[in-house]
Design a protein around this ligand. Structure first.
Ligand code: ATP
Length: 291
């Protein structure tokens, strides 16, 4: 196999709770992850000359060891002492630094692809164990589908697939640093935590309305006061007929769940024509777990 084409899917968080700050500075989280049909395209090419080359369609992304796809390739090349090189062509469509795990998903796809291309014989579990060295979300991006993530996000329990619906995604033109959000999160006795168990019940019973009714993201308490545009987009989605709308991860991307296709398309059009953001996408639930 000389060339391999891969899709690296984005995720949203149907729920995101932070339980506590650990002594080592990491935060213990409880999140419901869901893969959606919005993806980057990655082509891997085996090269005769050793080394890793990265090309991307976005001028502001690194094409060196700072790109997570590079780190993923390097990890396996070093461990298995691979003699041939690899060229990675990365076409980004997932919004960058947006709370959708774009970089982690790219890294996951490269680990998966290199394992096949070089016949390394690693199982999904083996890949997940290596992936966490690159980022806490990488193991989930290898697994995909609907999952509960605990610990720092790396302890995963697969769940029943979430019911089908249309997902409207809108990224406002602002940058939010994940580090800043976690550093400014206040966890106190009276902090109102999202009802993650309520979402779990909704997933278990296959009830989209119940899932939507319990959606919550504790990190909104940090980002929304700084960036009211997040609340404005949520409001537009709900006005447009979303069952509920929420920020994904540490933001700033907002997503809305729609049962009604026409309302989803109409709200998509309105958002694109408005002045809150131009980065608006419609996607489906993606529930193919990797074997
Ligand atoms: P998360 O949901 O895990 O917080 P994110 O959506 O906030 O992820 P990413 O898009 O994964 O963030 O990337 C954040 C930063 O990582 C970018 O500023 C970028 O410079 C760097 N980066 C490195 N590799 C990649 C990649 N393959 N795709 C996107 N960003 C990358």
């Amino acid at each position: 196999m000389i060339e391999l084409r891969l899709k690296a899917y984005a995720k949203i968080n149907l729920g995101l709770d932070v339980l506590r700050r650990r002594e080592d500075g990491y935060h213990e989280v409880k999140m419901i992850m869901q893969t959606i049909g919005l993806y980057d395209r990655i082509t891997l090419k085996k090269m005769r000359e050793p080394g890793i080359q990265v090309k991307t369609n976005l001028y502001y992304l690194p094409e060196n060891e700072n790109n997570l796809v590079y780190q993923a390739a390097e990890l396996l090349m070093d461990e298995f002492q691979l003699k041939s090189g690899v060229m990675i062509d990365l076409q980004k469509f997932i919004p960058v630094a947006a709370g959708m795990a774009g970089g982690s998903s790219d890294a996951a796809a490269v680990l998966y692809g290199m394992n096949r291309m070089f016949r390394l014989g690693l199982s999904k579990k083996d890949l997940m164990r290596r992936g966490v060295k690159i980022g806490a979300d990488v193991p989930y991006c290898i697994m995909r589908g609907t999952a509960l993530a605990e610990g720092i996000g790396e302890q995963l329990s697969p769940l029943k697939p979430m019911p089908k619906c249309r997902i409207l995604v809108a990224k406002p033109p602002i940058s939010v640093s994940t580090k800043f959000v976690y550093e400014n999160l206040k966890l106190e006795k009276d902090t109102k935590h999202p009802d993650i168990d309520g979402i779990l019940q909704g997933i278990e019973s296959g009830n989209l309305q119940e899932i939507a009714a319990h959606m919550g993201n504790l990190l909104e308490t940090v980002t929304i006061p700084y960036h009211p545009v997040i609340a404005q987009i949520k409001e537009e989605m709900v006005q447009g007929g979303a069952l509920n709308a929420m920020m994904s991860g540490s933001g700033p991307t907002v997503f809305g769940l729609f049962e009604n296709e026409n309302l989803a398309e109409e709200t998509c059009r309105k958002l694109r024509e408005g002045n809150l953001t131009k980065q608006v996408y419609l996607a489906d639930v993606y529930n193919n777990y990797r074997k």
